[in-house]
Design a protein around this ligand. Structure first.
Ligand SMILES: [Zn+2]
Length: 411
């Protein structure tokens, strides 16, 4: 993609008469972000939408932008804009679409692109509409205030931990044992034997070791806990007001202060998956382990962005959910599952909408459609396949719920 941007810039210099007025706006800024590796979650969604909906603009061009001739470059502004957005190769559009899907998953949104490349091109005409839907969704309506965790809370926390998350990724890449595992994986990948599988296990194990010993993880945890504690207090204050209940919330806050924040394991899993994918891609492109390590290095910032947002959302979501559960127990209420009600809610959670459980129970959530089986959740979305959830529980009098809607099981 960097090559495409550079080719577009080169063409602008070479054909100033034809292209002088092209690519002055957003495209040029995107080009800069791609070259400087500043592509965050929102930008990647925009890039995917642009490359998908404007694929027609370069339908007549052969090969990658670095091979395009004067005729392609100077036929209107379409080609130079497309390349400034990093497009012009199958890899670029695939990369953008799969990253946009990844961002959507982390945000509990429906994936905007089909897995099959051809299918997503067919959907090109719809892509702009989908982006529209995303930005005008529930988070901009009054109903959203009913939810404890606001997007701005997530952004604030994500900003605070972003650099630490990226630094951990860099530290991992500097680790000698990790380098050896990556080399071993790069060599074994594609072999018929189970060599790749074996070194992947080694990689994951070492990652967990590093992450559980890293002081930075402790720092992230402390930041998360601080912000979550504030959020728990806000949630409880809100519930007390809503319910007009006579419950002392101090003991609840205290009890929740020592809650288990279990993000280190998830963090290690994500990182090892990211490393595995990058190594596998590099191996397929015929890169050596030095080049693959360079690719990984380039990913640190991006990884920091996405994981910071993911951690922030999940930890705040679970903390406030636990606060509501504890309050329900104190106040003799049951909990009713309530989704955000928009088209971004995953099917498994839509199915739960309106069901209830007692505070001592767990929700039985069926993720079979996603191949993840049935999971028990104390708080909506607190299992591994539930990550990214935006659902909330309403606290209701036991007399007001129907037996048929009971979805809790004794834990
Ligand atoms: Zn949910």
């Amino acid at each position: 993609m960097v090559n495409a941007v550079e080719a577009a810039r080169e063409a602008s210099r070479e054909y100033p008469d034809a292209l002088g007025d092209c690519g002055t706006g957003v495209g040029r800024r995107r080009g800069g972000q791609i070259v400087n590796d500043e592509v965050g979650p929102d930008v990647v969604a925009e890039i995917a939408a642009y490359l998908t909906s404007h694929a027609e603009d370069v339908a007549d061009a052969d090969g990658p932008p670095t091979d395009w001739g004067e005729a392609v470059w100077t036929d209107g502004c379409g080609a130079v804009q497309y390349a400034l957005w990093g497009g012009g190769t199958d890899e670029a559009i695939r990369w953008a679409q799969s990253k946009a899907n990844e961002v959507a998953r982390a945000r509990d949104e429906a994936e905007p692109y089909e897995a099959a490349f051809a299918a997503s091109i067919a959907k090109a005409a719809d892509a702009d509409d989908e982006i529209e839907t995303e930005t005008s969704a529930l988070r901009n309506t009054d109903d959203w205030t009913a939810f404890d965790v606001q997007p701005s809370d997530i952004d604030t926390l994500a900003d605070e931990i972003r650099d630490d998350v990226a630094t951990i990724f860099e530290e991992v890449l500097d680790d000698d044992a990790i380098r050896r595992e990556i080399d071993a994986f790069a060599t074994a990948e594609g072999e018929p034997s189970s060599g790749a599988e074996k070194s992947l296990t080694g990689l994951s194990r070492r990652l967990r070791e590093i992450i559980s010993n890293a002081g930075l993880v402790e720092e992230i945890r402390e930041t998360v806990d601080d912000v979550a504690a504030g959020q728990i207090r806000d949630t409880l204050a809100g519930v007390v007001e809503e319910e007009d209940a006579d419950v002392d919330t101090d003991p609840i806050v205290e009890a929740l202060q020592d809650r288990e924040t279990a993000f280190a394991d998830d963090f290690a899993d994500r990182m090892s998956e990211e490393i595995r994918e990058t190594v596998a891609d590099g191996w397929q492109d015929g890169k050596n382990s030095f080049e693959i390590r360079e690719d990984l290095q380039a990913k640190a910032g991006e990884f920091g962005d996405w994981q910071a947002e993911r951690i922030a959302r999940q930890e705040l979501q679970v903390a406030t959910g636990e606060a509501r559960t504890e309050f329900a127990a104190e106040a003799g209420k049951v909990e009713v599952w309530n989704t955000a009600g928009d088209d971004r809610v995953r099917d498994a959670h839509s199915d739960m909408n309106g069901t209830w459980k007692r505070p001592s129970e767990r929700w039985e959530v069926d993720y079979s459609d996603a191949g993840r089986g049935v999971q028990l959740e104390k708080v909506p979305g607190d299992s591994e396949p539930g990550i990214g959830c935006r659902c909330v529980t309403l606290l209701v009098d036991p007399a007001e719920v129907a037996d048929a809607d009971h979805a809790g099981v004794a834990k």
